[in-house]
Design a protein around this ligand. Structure first.
Ligand SMILES: *[C@@H]1O[C@H](CO)[C@@H](O)[C@H](O)[C@H]1NC(C)=O
Ligand SMILES: *[C@@H]1O[C@H](CO)[C@@H](O)[C@H](O)[C@H]1NC(C)=O
Length: 337
């Protein structure tokens, strides 16, 4: 009777993992009274549950470097610098059994260059459920923390969320979109979690991943890309070192960047600044072709070319870089097909 009750509870509850963990001692004591066969069944049953219900276990959370590499190569266009940095950063961190701090990435570039998309690819390479995993948390400044007058309650809430979620699963991922619109005080409030502490209030944050997305520094990145183009140099020659200085200085000095007077940078809490280059015509075409394929159509160069030519590019005369990125292409294409 009691066993049936427990099994029913297991089946019904959305918190299966927690409950399975909680009844572990009970199932041991049951084993004393009930035949060993039942325990065996229960053990197997647990595994079945782990199989269907997302848990903080390797069945659900395992990093696949190949998957990330293949995805970055095949689905992200025109971002050779970001691709390299991301792969190195994530692989290095995930393969390190004793990281000294959580992984903190700061992704910079204009909208539509692929920052959100890359966060999604990273999530998919680690969590079986990707972005819909219960261990991946996305915060958007304007949606989650819109009113400055509520700053104090946002701070408390955010700290509780991070602490609660990391307590549930150390391998949690937090993505902060629109960092440039986030109140500096709010960023300061999460700083302790990014630091080198072994534990804070008994919780270790060293397995967690924090990803910040912002447009800050976007203009400087465009300038570097434009300088290369003007000098007739190959875009592929652009390396991280060409962008690093411009990026960190601009992020630092720009009051609107969201990093303003936070000590994220001077304390070296950000492990990698990842620049996203503005897209050129050929990248827009690549996006378009991939998008047609994704829509289940035969990629048609004429259609994609037509769409790409109607998009707006800058500088006005030279028309080198697309104003919008791959994000808008999906809906645009419908119009041309
Ligand atoms: C890792 O990803 C690659 C490419 O998507 C896939 O072929 C492979 O089966 C994956 N490995 C594991 C262990 O899931
Ligand atoms: C985890 O974060 C989410 C927000 O993404 C929040 O709603 C939830 O309450 C947090 N969980 C805990 C246990 O704090």
């Amino acid at each position: 009777m009691r066993l049936t009750w427990i099994l029913a509870l297991l089946l019904c509850s959305a918190w299966t993992c927690t409950i399975v963990a909680a009844i572990e001692p009970i199932s041991t004591s049951l084993a004393v009274g009930i035949a060993a066969a039942v325990t065996g069944f229960l053990a197997r049953y647990q595994n079945i549950l782990y199989y269907f219900q997302e848990c903080c276990r390797p069945e659900w959370i395992t990093y696949n470097r190949t998957a990330l590499e293949v995805d970055l190569q095949a689905k992200l266009f025109g971002q050779h610098v970001a691709t390299r940095v991301i792969l190195k950063a994530v692989s290095g961190f995930m393969n390190n059994e004793n990281p000294k701090k959580p992984l903190v990435l700061s992704l910079h570039g204009w909208t539509g260059t692929g920052k959100n998309f890359v966060s999604q690819l990273i999530a998919e390479s680690i969590y079986r459920k990707g972005m819909s995993s219960g261990f991946v948390h996305l915060f958007t400044a304007t949606a989650h923390f819109p009113h400055e007058m509520h700053l104090e309650s946002y701070k408390t809430q955010l700290q509780q969320w991070i602490k609660g979620n990391v307590t549930n699963c150390p391998r949690s991922m937090f993505i902060f979109d629109e960092m440039d619109k986030m109140h500096p005080g709010l960023i300061d409030s999460i700083k302790p979690y990014l630091d080198y502490y072994e534990t804070l209030d008994g919780v270790s944050y060293r397995q967690a991943i924090f990803i910040f997305l912002s447009n800050a520094g976007g203009e400087n990145i465009v300038q570097v890309a434009l300088d290369f183009w003007t000098a007739g140099r190959d875009r592929e020659e652009i390396e991280l070192k060409h962008l690093e200085t411009a990026l960190s200085l601009s992020v630092f000095n720009n009051k609107n960047s969201g990093f303003w007077h936070t000590s994220l940078i001077d304390k070296n809490l950000v492990d990698y600044f990842v620049p996203f280059l503005p897209l050129e015509y050929k990248h827009v075409v690549q996006c378009g072709m991939a998008e047609m394929h994704a829509k289940g159509r035969t990629p048609d160069m004429d259609v994609v070319d037509q769409m790409a030519r109607d998009m707006s590019f800058f500088p006005k005369e030279e028309r080198v870089f697309a104003r919008q990125g791959c994000k808008v292409i999906s809906s645009r294409l419908d119009f041309y097909i």
